[in-house]
Design a protein around this ligand. Structure first.
Ligand SMILES: Cc1cc2nc3c(=O)[nH]c(=O)nc-3n(C[C@H](O)[C@H](O)[C@H](O)COP(=O)(O)O)c2cc1C
Length: 336
């Protein structure tokens, strides 16, 4: 009942995609989503070709089903696209750059390219450059947000612009109601980010996951505050006590902010030990040690709909069951 052309394009059962989420969406999460019939995505932002190969191997050890990978263009390392082509990944999601420059080289390598964008104009450029599918990301989204239009208005505008090119909606969607709405607006499926941060398989720090359960949409902030490592890029985060202290200080500019310049946390993983300063672009993960309060606790407005940490497979099944029920039952009165 939920089968759409996105399912045919990627060889999946359900039009449910987990977002590429830097440091949080790793092989374990992507594999769990794909095993449940959706399309899991591994975030590979900034990783070397060797690290990318390891992450893909980890996912393939956990599932034989298709999964996608995600690259943030400002952090793309040389050789990674070629490696993804050699690995024959199902699809690569690209975000934050000029589609006319970035898509043709990826297509030339034989990759299936999904372009995440925040406007109908950008979607049109991505289509002209050869994108196989579009993710239209609304302003409500968690993490880095490239546009200014909310999902409800963006999806129909992008659909009207790109004709019948496959499209996924992202931003503000956390359950079956959101998925059905996205389909009604013209999308062929939906991308879920924040919902999967609060899953057992995400690599987010436990404290960060727990905070999502009580947070509401109004507890999120669209800002450029967490700029160390990626200046001038807008994102949506939770209003943590750390964010409150910055606001109370009068929202001072970068360089003059409270607790600025202190390396309070560390990322310790696979033999590396990297200091993470306050206002760092990094979210707190299971590999972060020290004081995580000054890091970016990314969350979208969809956080209002999250009340439990569940396994990723269970989340996929709940979304599908709720969407199926809405389509089968609640719309019946509209038809008779
Ligand atoms: C913790 C977190 C990290 C993110 N990191 C990335 C990333 O590395 N690459 C990317 O393309 N999008 C990233 N995003 C944005 C997602 O791809 C997606 O657009 C967004 O999560 C959708 O909104 P939602 O959180 O309301 O579901 C991130 C989102 C979150 C919540």
């Amino acid at each position: 009942m939920l089968h759409t052309r996105i399912c045919d394009l990627f060889g999946i059962e359900l039009p449910i995609v987990s977002a590429g989420m830097g440091a949080v969406a790793r092989a374990r999460l992507a594999a769990a989503v794909s095993e449940a019939g959706g399309l899991g995505t591994i975030a590979l932002a900034g990783l070397s070709p060797e690290a990318v190969a390891n992450e893909i191997a980890r996912a393939r050890a956990l599932t034989s089903k298709p999964f996608a990978v995600n690259l943030l263009i400002p952090f793309m390392r040389p050789g990674v696209l070629e490696l993804l082509a050699r690995e024959k990944v199902c699809a690569v999601t690209l975000f934050w750059g000029d589609p006319t420059e970035q898509i043709p080289p990826a297509k030339k390598l034989g990759l299936t390219v999904i372009w995440q964008c925040g406007s109908a104009e950008e979607a049109a450029s991505a289509k002209a450059a050869g994108a196989n599918a579009i993710i239209a990301q609304g302003f409500e989204a968690g993490g880095h947000v490239c546009g200014t239009t909310s999902t409800l208005a963006l999806i129909p505008a992008v659909r009207d612009t790109i004709g019948d090119l496959p499209m996924l909606a992202a931003g503000g969607i956390a359950d079956g109601r959101g998925l059905v709405s996205a389909l009604a607006l013209g999308a062929d499926g939906a991308v879920f980010g924040t919902r999967f941060v609060a899953s057992h398989e995400s690599a987010a720090h436990q404290q960060y996951k727990r905070c999502l359960l009580s947070a509401k949409a109004s507890d999120t902030l669209h800002t450029q505050l967490f700029d160390i490592g990626w200046p001038g890029a807008s994102h949506r985060v939770l209003r943590t006590p750390f964010v409150d202290r910055w606001e109370t200080a009068g929202r001072p500019a970068s360089g003059n902010r409270p607790e600025e310049g202190k390396a309070v946390a560390r990322l310790v993983r696979d033999g590396i030990d990297v200091p993470l300063p306050s206002y760092s672009v990094s979210p707190p993960t299971e590999d972060t040690e020290g004081d995580i309060g000054g890091l970016a606790w990314y969350a979208g407005e969809s956080v209002s709909m999250i009340s439990e940490i569940a396994s990723a497979g269970e989340i996929v099944r709940q979304i599908a069951a709720q969407a199926g029920e809405i389509i089968a039952k609640r719309q019946r009165p509209l038809r008779s």
